[in-house]
Design a protein around this ligand. Structure first.
Ligand code: PGA
Length: 247
């Protein structure tokens, strides 16, 4: 018997936004309450304070798109989990494929970041996903299991606290979504891995990300092992994001 998992929809703004645009977007999300899903926005670091102030009296949560693996020190340009916790961040995305690709983040670095977040009570949203070449070579399962296993190994008994996001790299920002069946089959693999490692797999949330839009969200979220989404482009328009949160 599965533990019921509440749908979670997380907006990943990436490097988009401006103070006026953010104010308008957040006002749109606030106006559309209540949501039956848990809703969160992961914004650029510089906008966290303002986002926190705007959302403070609501149940919409906020978070960052990255976090340092280090607690403090001479790491110019980095932001620690302690700083995020101070601002009330509920989530920190770690291991997004753009960070893995453009900032050479290894599985081990991603795991260390997830650990640093959890140590300060910030829930890591750990992203895993295969490239098109890996999918075509039949390596999808092996790749996502390797990526997840590094994090599970590092978090040990705390692994059950994370949120996992399956984001096939070939579907991110391309308009090419994984079919609900393709996504579900990977989610089932990840859940089995989480269950075997933590004993709590049935209670853990696994989000799908990659070109989720208002018109495909419902069919993705209806899959038994898809517990919500990590939304990029469609999180920048209040109407689209709200529609996805309601899907
Ligand atoms: P997308 O991005 O929805 O624009 O494909 C998703 C993500 O990268 O998290």
């Amino acid at each position: 018997m599965n533990t019921p998992r509440k749908t979670l929809v997380v907006g990943n703004w990436k490097m988009h936004g401006s103070r006026p645009a953010n104010a308008e977007l957040l006002a749109g999300l606030l106006a559309a309450r209540p949501y039956t899903a848990d809703v969160a926005v992961c914004v650029p670091f510089v906008y966290l304070s303002e986002t926190a102030a705007t959302l403070a009296s609501s149940d919409i949560r906020w978070g960052s798109q990255d976090v340092s693996a280090h607690a403090q020190g001479a790491y110019t340009g980095e932001v620690s989990a302690g700083m995020l916790a101070e601002l009330g961040c509920r989530y920190a995305i770690v291991g997004h494929s753009e960070r893995r690709a453009y900032h050479a983040e290894s599985d081990e670095i991603v795991a260390a970041k997830a650990q640093a977040a959890l140590a300060k009570g910030v829930t890591p949203v750990v992203c895993v996903g295969e490239t098109l070449a890996e999918r075509e070579a039949g390596q999808t399962e092996a790749v996502v299991k390797r990526q997840l296993s590094a994090v599970i190994h590092t978090l040990a008994h705390c692994a059950a606290e994370m949120v996992v996001a399956y984001e096939p790299v070939w579907a991110i920002g391309t308009g090419r979504t994984a079919s609900p069946e393709q996504a579900q089959s990977v989610h089932a693999v990840l859940r089995a891995q989480l269950q075997a490692a933590t004993g709590h797999g049935a209670a853990m949330r696994i989000l799908y990300g990659g070109s989720v839009k208002p018109d495909n969200a419902a069919s993705l979220f209806a899959q038994p092992d898809i517990d919500g989404g990590l939304i990029g482009g469609a999180a920048l328009k209040a109407a689209d994001f709200v529609a996805i949160c309601r899907a």
